[in-house]
Design a protein around this ligand. Structure first.
Ligand SMILES: Cc1ncc(COP(=O)(O)O)c(C=O)c1O
Length: 405
């Protein structure tokens, strides 16, 4: 069978292989030391407690083996999530547990919101750089991407205003806390001014916030959704992937009731329902552990990783021209090597010859050809000894690669 001309135009014209996944596969094949995986450190998964929670849930009398009756998610988890966010001061007055919609990770949340609120040919404004797997969703659905430069305190407001003046923007997609890939957080003052622009130019905001709770020194500030108050134009996306475990595939959307109703329709058309049993186990877990203590523990571990990673990169690769920002939370360090003309080419060289893997910056820019000279690092899975070895390999790869230019 020749499958070549049977695929939909969505597949052939709009979807690309995830360049990062391809790179990581190559890195694994070459046995390279990974300095860029955006996945939690496996030692930080609460494995014992998860096992106990699943066992407790599975041994109770309820029947979890039918289709779920709860199209938005199981009630105790909706209530817990709403209460937790409210206690953290992240929610406006109008949000009730009915405004929480559980998703298969926040990735599905991005996909559902796109299906609910964007048509092919609509334009979405994104930070440049930003998270490429969200770009994949927008492109799959025929949505046009427009980038606005991201500065260390948030998007460039002048650039945003000029774009808004020339193009109808339906949605702004933002990662306001410890952004992927830069580690930057948007200041509360900028959030306030962007909300003013949102009202003036009448666009919605998708606030993708999976890194908020991985915080080291400075707080990432408040949420757009809370700052917007009664103006219900912010759709918030949360995730348990980075703070508990991505394999649970549990995230959530906070949205006004009319949007939740549409999300329920999309849920049925897409997957019918999610498994209740995982949501009950997650609720059991967060109710039975000291969740704040768990967060403190993981933040401390990631902070140790960050400090060592920054120190090793600066000592080894700094002299080869690497400049980095130091993030105050999240997983990512954004690096720049001004003399590198093609970061993709360098990253492949580093994997093959230097046995060290970083992600080239170009993947994170919505504009083709932008981002040369940038590299994304993640310290999430990189312990201090790995950071030392990885940075030394990177520095060697930089030296040898420069000699070849
Ligand atoms: C900004 C951002 N949004 C969403 C996701 C997807 O997370 P989840 O596991 O909740 O689907 C990621 C994962 O790396 C991310 O970095």
């Amino acid at each position: 069978m020749d499958w070549g001309n049977r695929f939909s135009r969505t597949v052939t014209d709009r979807l690309e292989d995830s360049a990062i996944a391809l790179m990581m596969r190559e890195a694994a094949r070459e046995g390279a030391l990974m300095l860029s995986a955006g996945e939690p450190m496996k030692e930080l998964y609460p494995v014992e407690q998860l096992r106990e929670s699943f066992l407790r849930v599975l041994s109770d009398e309820s029947n979890y083996w039918g289709y779920s009756k709860y199209r938005t998610g199981v009630k105790p988890l909706l209530e817990w999530t709403e209460r937790w966010m409210r206690e953290e001061g992240l929610l406006p007055g109008w949000v009730e547990p009915e405004n929480i919609f559980i998703t298969n990770g926040s990735q599905e949340g991005v996909s559902l919101l796109t299906g609910a609120l964007l048509d092919p040919g609509d334009t979405i404004m994104v930070e440049s750089p930003s998270y490429p797997d969200a770009f994949g969703v927008f492109r799959r659905d025929g949505v046009i991407l427009e980038g606005v430069d991201l500065l260390p305190d948030g998007p460039d407001l002048d650039a945003m205003e000029s774009l808004l003046a020339t193009k109808k923007i339906k949605v702004f997609y933002t990662i306001p806390a410890y952004q992927n890939p830069t580690g930057f957080s948007t200041s509360d003052e900028k959030k306030r001014r962007i909300l003013e622009l949102a009202r003036r130019f009448d666009f919605l905001i998708f606030e993708d916030d999976p890194y908020r709770n991985i915080t080291f020194e400075a707080s990432p500030g408040g949420t757009y959704i809370n700052a917007a108050g009664d103006d219900e134009r912010v759709l918030y996306l949360g995730s348990f992937s980075k703070v508990i475990a991505p394999a649970l595939r549990i995230g959530w959307i906070v949205a006004p009731s009319p949007v939740v109703t549409v999300l329920e329709k999309l849920r049925i058309a897409g997957t019918l329902c999610l498994p209740d049993v995982i949501q009950h186990a997650l609720h059991d877990l967060v109710s039975n552990i000291d969740f704040n203590k768990h967060l403190e523990k993981i933040c401390l571990a990631y902070r140790v990783n960050r400090d060592a990673f920054v120190d090793s990169l600066e000592r080894h690769a700094g002299p080869e021209g690497l400049e980095i920002n130091i993030p105050s939370g999240g997983f990512f360090i954004w690096g720049k090597v001004p003399w590198i003309k093609n970061a993709g080419d360098f990253a492949m060289y580093a994997i093959k010859k230097g046995k060290v893997a970083v992600v080239p910056g170009g993947h994170f820019f919505p504009e083709p050809g932008k981002g040369n000279g940038y590299l994304r690092f993640s310290f999430a899975q990189v312990t201090p000894p790995m950071a030392e070895e990885g940075a030394a390999r990177l520095a060697r790869a930089l030296r040898e690669y420069r000699d070849l230019q």
